[in-house]
Design a protein around this ligand. Structure first.
Ligand code: GDP
Ligand code: ZN
Length: 457
């Protein structure tokens, strides 16, 4: 491949007007390409820049100079991609940035594909595959905890945990192979107990990672959350409280919320995708009955239900049917309107839904308690982002394959099958983990990973 084809360029800032716009160039001809477009005021050449260098000057295309710019030169291998990188920052108008990119392409770079800079960083050993995936998560992180988890993954927390399991399995596998090949030689005898214990530990670590994935999903993607409760208990008011602005229609007329109102809100670190629902009232009206059926369906499929009750009134039939409906759901009971004299049967609610919060949606009193109860119900409070978590479906599938293979190896050992069978299972486990970390991964998998990225990253 000619050198110029290997040099890629893209706009690295968002495709919108901003303070500055950056065109990033990476590859062995990055400096030559930049030098054709950029002229430093000092007369210095980009070609001669050493280490990290910032130069101020102007950028030009065939029609002449069109903006002031700063060129940041990162000499290989000390750059994001590990190659020579030049970042040209110009004023942020979209027109200017696009013109700059066009000039750079005309000067010999080719347009970068999605995630191609990060792919090169991975191929040049600057970043692990899980680290590269974390870059993506970092860009999309919705909350503080999610960002912390992504940053920890980028810094290799996940890699460390996986490597621990991987080393164990590779060591067992090597030991086993040596023993199968030369049983009469001087290789220490296989100690079945220690062997079993190591496998059990590996399995446990993998199971820990897998259960962390499900909990981590909550902070990465948010939770499908349903607001339930009979009319007039204050669902819309609560939704407005959580979203921090008036969206739902609050009325004194029961049953006003006909259509589902949806809103994404953040409760501390948890992102809730909230849907207000029609109630569970018995009704002859076919339109309302359809709404009730939809509510029932949503209660079953939701990741979290906020079941709202009116503190100032005794539980009625509809409240009780909601309690019954929620026996198996992940739910928090919200006793609303606690600013009024309390008449509701709190014990009866708590018997059905252990997490109970007292709140006044109208005044906001109890908001913190609600946030805590939601974190408790979702198990997000126990997430330690720094511990390293599986972050993508791909990673999860690899960990799952590894766990199943470890389990197979244990069973083969216990059932007294040949050591070959154990060995095959261990090799499967190792292969799955090597794919997880990206140490042994196909181009097709890489294509999939980086297709999720935006161009310019
Ligand atoms: P929804 O039908 O469940 O959505 O209930 P709304 O949010 O529309 O509220 C019904 C009525 O209860 C309205 O008049 C609200 O102002 C009132 N309300 C809601 N929350 C509170 C509260 O915390 N305290 C009191 N006193 N009234 C409330
Ligand atoms: Zn409402």
């Amino acid at each position: 491949m000619a050198g110029s084809e290997k040099t890629i360029a893209a706009i690295s800032t968002p495709q919108a007007a901003g303070g500055i716009g950056i065109v990033r160039i990476s590859g062995e001809n990055a400096r030559q390409v930049a030098q054709r477009v950029f002229h430093a005021s000092s007369g210095k050449s980009v070609l001669a820049a050493k280490g990290y260098t910032a130069l101020f000057g102007r950028v030009a295309d065939q029609d002449g100079e069109f903006d002031e710019a700063v060129a940041l030169v990162f000499a290989a291998p000390k750059s994001y991609t590990g190659e020579d990188v030049v970042e040209l920052s110009c004023h942020g108008g979209l027109f200017l940035v696009r013109r700059l990119l066009a000039a750079v392409l005309a000067a010999g770079a080719r347009p970068a594909g999605p995630g191609e800079f990060t792919r090169r960083a991975f191929l040049n050993g600057k970043l692990s595959l899980t680290g590269a995936e974390a870059v993506m998560d970092l860009i999309g992180a919705q909350g503080k905890q999610a960002a912390a988890a992504a940053l920890a993954a980028k810094d290799g927390a996940l890699g460390k945990r996986i490597n621990g399991v991987k080393e164990t399995i590779l060591a067992l596998s090597a030991h086993l192979a040596a023993w199968v090949d030369y049983p009469e030689d001087d290789i220490p005898a296989l100690e079945p107990k220690a062997f079993q214990q190591d496998l059990a530990d590996a399995q446990q670590e993998l199971e820990g990672l897998l259960s962390g994935f499900d909990r981590g999903k909550v902070i990465r993607e948010g939770v499908e959350t349903v607001l339930a409760g009979r009319p007039n208990v204050g669902k819309s008011t609560l939704m407005n409280l959580l979203s921090g602005c008036e969206r739902s229609i609050v009325t004194d007329i029961p049953g006003t919320t006909r259509d589902v109102v949806e809103e994404t809100v953040r409760l501390r670190d948890v992102v809730l995708r909230l849907a207000d629902t029609a109630g569970l009232r018995d009704t002859e009206n076919p339109v309302e009955a359809a709404g009730v059926a939809r509510t029932r369906e949503r209660l079953k499929t939701a990741g979290l239900v906020l079941a709202v009750f009116d503190a100032s009134e005794s539980l009625n039939e509809e409240d009780r049917s909601l309690l019954k409906e929620l026996k198996k759901s992940r739910a928090v009971a919200v006793i609303n309107k606690t600013d009024l004299p309390v008449r509701v049967e709190r014990n009866e609610i708590q018997a059905a839904i252990p997490q109970v919060v007292e709140l006044s949606a109208a005044s906001g009193q109890g908001y913190e308690a609600l946030a805590e109860a939601v974190e408790a119900a979702l198990g997000t409070a126990q997430i330690d982002p720094a511990a390293g978590m599986l972050a993508t479906e791909r990673q999860k599938q690899c960990a799952l394959r590894a766990k199943d293979a470890v389990l197979e190896a244990r069973e083969a050992l216990e059932m007294g099958m040949t050591l070959d069978a154990v060995s095959v299972a261990l090799d499967d486990a190792a292969a799955a983990l090597l794919e997880l970390t990206g140490e042994r991964v196909t181009d097709a998998v890489l294509d999939q990973v980086f297709a999720r990225f935006c161009v310019g990253k």
